[in-house]
Design a protein around this ligand. Sequence first.
Ligand code: FAD
Length: 412
Amino acid sequence: MRRTETVVIGGGQAGLAMSRCLADAGVDHVVLERGRVAERWRSSSWDSLRLLTPNWQSRLPGFRYDGPDPDGYMAVPEVVDYLGRYARSFHAPVEEGTSVLAVERAGGGYRVTTDRGAWDAASVVVATGHCDTPFVPGMARQLDPDVAQVVPSGYRNPRHLPEGGVLVVGASSTGVQLADEIHASGRPVTLAVGRHTRLPRVYRGRNILWWLDAMGVFDESAAEVFDLAVSRNQPSLQLVGRSDHATLDLPALEERGVRLVGRVVGAEGPRVSLADDLVAHTAASDVRLARLLQRIDVFAARTGLDAEVAPPEDFRPFLWPAPPPTEIDLRAEGIRAVVWATGFRRLYPWLKVPVLDERGEIRHQGGVTALPGLYVIGLYFLRRRKSSFIDGVGQDALDLTTHLAAHLRRAA
Ligand SMILES: Cc1cc2nc3c(=O)[nH]c(=O)nc-3n(C[C@H](O)[C@H](O)[C@H](O)COP(=O)(O)OP(=O)(O)OC[C@H]3O[C@@H](n4cnc5c(N)ncnc54)[C@H](O)[C@@H]3O)c2cc1C
């Protein structure tokens, strides 16, 4: 049995940022990681994946990008290297190859059992990631077994898919990127579109994320938004990180020949039913985009940026050439694979303390649970809109460290 003040579970950016803040606060701790530092990037990414956030936006506590291309987008090996260098920069006490099997109450604190022994600690920080396990709707089980089903964390490149057409379900950042790549490899691609957040890569000559950063949109806190549950459910940004800073939205995909259809609502053998909601979803997304661009224009005028940046650009709403189908017969159309880009869920089978809600999510207020000394970090909109981004997790780590250190003082 080993003892420490705090056990952090997970060696991704959230666990490392937490470790850095704990070290700065003089809190004795260990980071337990079942794989290696940045394991999620190492083992769950497709070959062509690049960050959609620019390099300058990879700010972590005490560490920032200092390479030659601040406006570029890191490929996965560069992200792995970046996080590895971060861990080394402050000698993060990471125990790699250590899977947490159970977290239980013990004495006034917690016992953390791993496959390499147990730890006793006064506090525990769960940093196992928002994008933990791919979410696949239950209807997938009704699909024809001859159709290959793939999730993004298992996808590497189009060569690994069976020959033939592909249905990509979900049009957020992952879905649009995979639809584009698979289509470019010469296969017919159908993209089933649900709620999505359309964004241009560049607006008025600046990266769209530069605008959102400058306007403080990513800093918006849980207390500032009208409905936190709605904000936590927002689809991810329809963006891709490429050296040409290209926009990858639905009009761009349609122009290239990707067929767009509505949400998948049912599956039975080779038949897939689709909602008649494509126009509604794209129209709603276009309205949100128009509002955002207007906000940017007002901000530019108010802050005197108008003279520095390009003039406002025309925003082209998407107009549909033909009503999309409400059913597809995969077999008849030669569609041999379905890619479920339908988001993620989180699993905590090892969390043996009463902290999960009926959906299996950790109950928390800004990362602080009702159990003294138990924290979670890295979840979507944990404390701020940017909480799950590389650039956002540091501020949360700082706040949670303040809370945790006060808890340790009280418990001492
Ligand atoms: C496809 C994709 C693209 C993204 N692109 C960007 C981007 O461009 N910019 C950006 O800022 N964000 C991006 N994100 C969001 C976010 O940065 C990543 O999800 C990131 O991996 C989150 O880091 P994390 O530390 O919270 O969790 P993770 O990276 O998931 O780390 C959790 C760690 O916990 C470990 N673990 C899990 N269970 C256990 C256990 N029982 N015992 C021990 N260890 C365990 C895992 O092995 C893993 O290493 C992207 C996410 C995805 C999915």
